[in-house]
Design a protein around this ligand. Structure first.
Ligand code: DAH
Length: 336
């Protein structure tokens, strides 16, 4: 019996040494320490051992039990430690996830850069509401009641619950802010006003139903057309570089007299030569507009301008299609 117990111990420890994974370990436990395992079988056999041998065999059985259990526990804790790590698996050699760095949208950046260029020339930033009334979008800008620019087909009018009130609309131009500033301040004023404007245009490479303008207004004593052209030329050189070319082409706007369209020679496609592109309108503030806000046109004169920010951004970065600015494809935005 004693020799048999020694065999079980020797074989058991060898077999335990060969158990390499959790299931082999469990197999071993069942075989040696389980309810129907070898150790229990030996213990059951103790009753058949002759009485005088019992103390020695019993002692040996206890030693065997202790040896097998201790060996099993040690093996389990070393193997189990690897199989069941305390925390999450962390492979420090993995390259890791590179966090993408965000950036402001190109229109936001161009808007801020434009304000900064004009701030250097003494213009403050003013803002006005996007939901406007027709007085500020049209009447006070000297746009008569029957003017085609007021057509519902060319504007986003808003249905008012209180019928009879002045019609409201999403502003179609930032010139509204000229009026809002002149109504609330005294001359001289020198402001720029960037913001969104809305027109029900069919979307194509150069049109969208929402876009951005930057409006300028300078009213003081003795402001002339030469100041306007100098300001625009300085702006063009500051923003597009010292070789920037500008051109003023006679035009008509109800709120300026004389009026002009502002052109710059810019490149909309990297693979094409620069072309003359219209960026917006400008002119000397019409005396009727000054009178409308109670400013004496004999004492005060001024110039105004309104440019499309998308056009400027497209010229600056050679973007061929306005829709690229609104699709927000990250592969496009990351290039700017
Ligand atoms: N508001 C005009 C437009 O959206 C642009 C414009 C022209 C603004 C002449 C001005 C200006 O301030 O003087 O087409």
């Amino acid at each position: 019996m004693l020799a048999q117990l020694q065999d079980i111990q020797d074989q058991g420890l060898v077999a335990l040494g060969q158990a390499t994974d959790a299931s082999a370990l469990e197999q071993w436990r069942i075989e040696y320490l389980g309810a129907k395992g070898k150790l229990r079988a030996c213990m059951a056999g103790l009753k058949d051992v002759p009485r005088d041998e019992k103390p020695a065999v019993g002692k040996r059985l206890n030693e065997l039990k202790t040896a097998l259990e201790a060996a099993f526990e040690e093996k389990q804790s070393s193997a189990g430690g690897a199989a069941k790590p305390a925390g999450p698996m962390l492979d420090l050699t993995e390259p890791g996830i590179h966090p993408g760095i965000g950036r402001r949208h190109v229109i936001t950046r161009v808007r801020e850069e434009l304000c900064e260029v004009f701030a250097r020339m003494g213009f403050e930033v003013a803002t006005g509401p996007e939901l406007e009334d027709d007085e500020h979008n049209f009447s006070k800008l000297n746009i008569p009641a029957d003017h085609p620019a007021r057509e519902p087909i060319d504007n986003f009018y808003v249905e008012e619950p209180n019928h009879g009130a002045a019609p409201r609309m999403l502003r179609s131009q930032t010139s509204t802010v000229q009026i809002r500033v002149m109504e609330t301040r005294e001359p001289p004023v020198k402001i720029v006003s960037p913001g969104r404007v809305y027109r029900p245009d069919t979307v194509d490479a150069t049109h969208c139903f929402m876009f951005h303008q930057i409006e300028g207004l300078y009213v003081d004593r003795n402001v002339t057309m030469a100041d306007l052209k100098t300001t625009l030329f300085q702006f063009a050189r500051a923003y597009f570089g010292t070789d920037a070319e500008i051109r003023l082409v006679p035009s008509y706007f109800p709120f300026t007299e004389p009026s002009a369209e502002f052109y710059m020679k810019i490149r909309l496609r990297p693979d094409q030569p620069a072309r003359w592109i219209e960026l917006g309108g400008c002119g000397m503030v019409d005396p009727a507009v000054l009178e409308g806000v109670g400013w004496d046109p004999e004492e005060w004169t001024g110039f105004a301008f309104g440019f499309g920010i998308e056009r400027i951004a497209m010229g600056k970065y050679s973007i061929p299609d306005i829709r690229m600015l609104f699709e927000n494809d990250v592969r496009f935005l990351q290039q700017l």
